[in-house]
Design a protein around this ligand. Sequence first.
Ligand code: SF4
Length: 213
Amino acid sequence: MKEWLDEELVAVSAVEHYSYCPRQCALIYVECVYEDNEFTLRGSFAHARADESDETVDGQVLIERALPIWSDEYGLVGRADVVEIHPDGTILPVEYKVTPKNKMRHAEFQLCAQAICLEEMFGRAVLRGATYSSSSHQRREVVFTQELRNKTLEIVELVRSLIINKDVPPPVDDARCHNCSLVHVCFPSEVNRLRGISVEDLIFKASDKEVVE
Ligand code: SF4
């Protein structure tokens, strides 16, 4: 089993951030920047509710909340909002989000990373999970297909490379930015406008401006 350095470990939540926007992931995990907005605050509330007690029994289903998870094989660490352990031994992670049901695809990678951790921890296949939208109160089953697993592990390696190389990708500057809590520290339009302009260009333009004025 590979021994991971601390800086090589990937947080399962980083997988979702990278899937949404690689720069968002870098700002949080490379630059250590975090800002709340309406969506993140509502998300924190949804997670707090999911974490209300450590372990409960709902009918015959044992429910573990805020469960620490890890994978030594893939260098993953994190926490699962809710893990259901059914009487037949089925293990099923559930990820709580404020995101509407139709925008949950990024959360599916995070959920799949959780499943990969749980399989290693419990030594048992985890075939399905679920996302729960606290805004629509809808639960949606996610099947951990080989395609989803491959894509998730691909993102894990991209996140690891980004963190190790301290890489901060350029802004996507599209509709994703409207709901992003980091828009006020990312400056997507401004950064993209300045990309490709050298410091010399800026000085030259500034001195031009002074002359004209
Ligand atoms: S504002 Fe846009 S480019 Fe910047 S981190 Fe957010 S989604 Fe990514």
